[in-house]
Design a protein around this ligand. Structure first.
Ligand code: ARG
Length: 295
């Protein structure tokens, strides 16, 4: 009997993970990559991502005329109602009506929309109450969709790190986005780019010839000492993803926030730490959905 149970557990392991809180295999409800879990590693210095590689990635787009939209920022799907992005995506758009913006899910090449693509409007925007645009403190925002997101093989929710996970030891980390391919470029990339990056300890990132104290405890740095590979304009709001060594799935550990230029030496990308903002994120989603139920 025990042996059969063991065999059963083994047989379902590739599709389930052990939930350490209950000790029982649970279906993976986030971080699934049904189409492509292949990462070989522009962003700057990256490569084309395979369709479906990062199924929680969102393109936040602004209308520029009747039928054209422009990619502005990235984002990550948290659940069927909420998208996580950066607060600074709305910085120069104080007077814009974000409710005319759109969110594109399941995208890879933004100029070609296949049947897997879903488009939603924004019904609510929650920017961190103490977001400080001067120093990009608390650069985090949530967007709710006007109709629930319907998951498919190209559209899946992201995992966030657990409060107890040690993000700093994660070594298998990637960034992805439709941002510009070079610092001087103006047009976002048509095809989703991905690149492998290394987490850089905040202490090192804050050293005098680096960001000299500009990186907060709410930030993570990722990139390379010598530069060359980095996120850039248009990647903001998108994810920094690391494979959780225990769960063996990717979690969104950071939100692309800022950097000095792009891919410069000793100036890696700076990300808002999702683990730092975990309580804020969960509280906002929770209170928004309970107030919705009361209506
Ligand atoms: N603030 C930029 C944006 O709005 C992202 C900059 C990231 N910079 C960097 N060097 N990693 O898209």
């Amino acid at each position: 009997m025990k042996f059969q149970l063991f065999i059963y557990a083994i047989s379902i392991l590739p599709w389930h993970f052990i939930d350490y809180t209950t000790g029982f295999p649970q279906p993976i409800t986030c971080g699934n990559r049904p189409v492509s879990d292949d990462v070989k590693s522009r962003i700057v210095g990256g490569r084309d991502a395979q369709p479906g590689s990062w199924p929680w990635l969102v393109s936040v787009q602004q209308p520029i005329d009747e039928e054209t939209f422009l990619h502005l920022c990235g984002g990550s799907i948290l659940n069927t109602h909420w998208v996580l992005t950066a607060a600074h995506c709305f910085k120069n758009h104080e007077n814009d009506y974000v409710y005319s913006w759109r969110l594109v899910f399941g995208g890879n090449q933004l100029s070609v929309f296949g049947p897997e693509i879903e488009i939603r409007g924004i019904s609510q925007k929650i920017v961190h109450e103490t977001y400080d645009p001067e120093i990009e403190k608390n650069d985090v925002a949530l967007l709710s969709v006007d109709r629930p997101i319907i998951y498919n093989r190209y559209i899946q929710p992201a995992c966030l790190p657990r409060q107890t996970s040690d993000v700093s030891v994660m070594t298998d980390c990637y960034i992805a986005g439709w941002g510009v391919l070079e610092e001087e470029a103006t047009e976002p990339s048509d095809i989703l780019q991905e690149a492998q990056v290394q987490l850089i300890p905040n202490k090192r990132c804050n050293s005098p010839s680096w960001y000299n104290g500009g990186v907060g405890i709410y930030n993570l740095c990722a990139g390379y000492d010598k530069g060359g590979i980095d996120s850039c304009q248009g990647d903001s709001g998108g994810p920094l993803m690391c494979k959780d060594p225990n769960l063996r799935i990717f979690s969104v550990v950071g939100i692309t926030s800022w950097g000095s230029g792009c891919a410069q030496a000793r100036s890696p990308g700076v990300y808002s730490s999702t683990q730092y903002f975990l309580t804020w994120i969960l509280e906002k989603i929770e209170s928004a959905s309970s107030s919705r139920q009361q209506v």
